[in-house]
Design a protein around this ligand. Structure first.
Ligand code: CTP
Length: 406
């Protein structure tokens, strides 16, 4: 019965008769070992008392912005970040309409706007209200934005009618929550990746590049999509197909890659730097093709920004993962890189000779973090990417959910 071990569920209760079932839902979620924070709308308190839900959840029930004044209670933005899932049960027609319009006129609707966690609704209303085109349009609109609907069920209604609009039973909502977490550990989370080489122009037809194929970054993007994450892939010049479901942004130079990373950073939970970014670029780019008129040609190179280090040093960094390709003393150099760049995790591999790495379909990695290490043996990059994604997810949640409460 511990399927939801440690998962943080923000249970929103809105004002419908089915609100009384929320008590049983809280009990079941707690029994599955989830942490449950109840947030009620004002109307919901007419149907069930906050005291009942507080007793069952073991946490102070939140009703508006201003009950966060005492220091022990977390503010609304922190609460939005705290949740691994926002479940609104019951969700009334009015709440769905407010959500569809992006309203922020009470604590619960504001939390839904501010969160990156997945949102699931358990609609509960009279069948005519459910079938009304306005509600149906709102439901479709919310689904296109990634909100999940659990139910409604058909059956006898509190108003005496029979039809669609009954809230799913608490046990059915529990199994939906379990299913969501077991298959999609990163549902509602956003991952930003860089991949491939960069090209630093010398003149209109020449550039400094490297042999990175982008295969590892693209395979990792695919692996993250399979875990339910929203994936943005910032790719240097490669000819690989875009992983289905990823948003791809093509760039050429390190500078362009840096710009795109910073434009997409604010909503990302995990950043993985797979790109082989050129460390240096020509100081000046010739306006015309350089002619071979001289016996020698010297290029002055200047340092490119270190994208990974910049992300790790940002004010509120995501969980940050870098790669280290080394030709010798793998662990020593990779650990130094991890500490120097202050990243959460480094995936290190030996390059050159028989070791895999650039331009190969197979690779092996040693993954290092503060106080831990994992060997991922030689495998095809697709398989290796799945193992690496699983390791990243494990460490991401270990960091996000240290044992104490927020
Ligand atoms: N990286 C980056 N921006 C750069 C250089 C590197 O984001 N300008 C990232 C890479 O994507 C990789 C990690 O930093 O995740 C390590 O890159 P690597 O080239 O191995 O290390 P460097 O820091 O460049 O050090 P060195 O080349 O001296 O080994």
């Amino acid at each position: 019965m511990l399927e939801l071990n440690g998962k943080r569920i923000l249970l929103g209760i809105t004002g419908g008769i089915a609100a009384y079932k929320a008590a049983e839902l809280v009990r079941l979620l707690r029994r599955s070992n989830a942490e449950v924070q109840v947030v009620m709308t004002k109307a919901a308190t007419e149907f069930i008392t906050p005291l009942t839900l507080q007793t069952l959840s073991g946490r102070t029930v939140r009703q508006d912005f201003f009950d966060a004044n005492d220091e022990a209670t977390i503010g609304h933005i922190d609460l939005a970040r705290w949740a691994d899932l926002i479940l609104i049960a019951p969700a009334t027609a009015d709440f769905m309409a407010r959500l569809a319009h992006g309203r922020a006129n009470d604590l619960l609707s504001t939390l839904c706007l501010a969160t990156t966690a997945p949102i699931a609704l358990a609609p509960a209303m009279n069948r005519q209200m459910w079938l009304n085109p306005a509600t149906q349009t709102n439901a479709s609109l919310l689904q296109t934005r990634g909100v999940t609907l659990w139910g409604p069920a058909e059956g006898e209604q509190a108003c005496g009618e029979t039809g669609p609009g009954r809230m799913l039973e608490p046990a059915a909502l529990l199994s939906q929550a379990v299913k969501q977490f077991s298959h999609q550990p990163l549902a509602g989370q956003s991952v930003l990746l860089t991949a491939g080489p960069t090209q630093e122009p010398i003149d209109p037809v020449r550039f400094i590049g490297n042999r990175s194929s982008g295969k590892m970054g693209f395979a990792l993007a695919q692996a993250f999509i399979e875990t339910g994450a929203q994936v943005h892939l910032i790719a240097g010049p490669v000819t690989l197909a875009t992983p289905r479901g990823a948003t791809r942004i093509d760039v050429a130079t390190a500078h362009e890659m840096q710009q795109q990373v910073s434009a997409h950073l604010s909503r990302c939970n995990i950043f993985v730097a797979c790109a082989a970014v050129a460390d240096y670029r020509p100081e000046t780019v010739a306006a015309e093709k350089i002619k071979k008129s001289r016996e020698q040609l010297a290029l002055t190179l200047i340092k490119n920004p270190d994208i990974l280090a910049e992300v790790a040093a940002s004010a509120t960094p995501p969980f940050t993962v870098g790669f280290a390709a080394e030709t010798e003393q793998l662990i020593k150099h990779a650990q130094e890189k991890r500490r120097l760049k202050r990243v959460d995790m480094i995936a290190a591999n030996l390059v050159g000779a028989e070791q895999g790495g650039f331009e190969r379909d197979e690779n092996a990695l040693t993954v290092l973090w503060e106080g831990g290490r994992k060997e991922l043996p030689m495998a095809r990059k697709e398989k290796l990417a799945q193992s690496l994604a699983a390791t990243i997810i494990e460490r991401y949640y270990a960091k996000k959910h240290p044992t104490e409460n927020p």
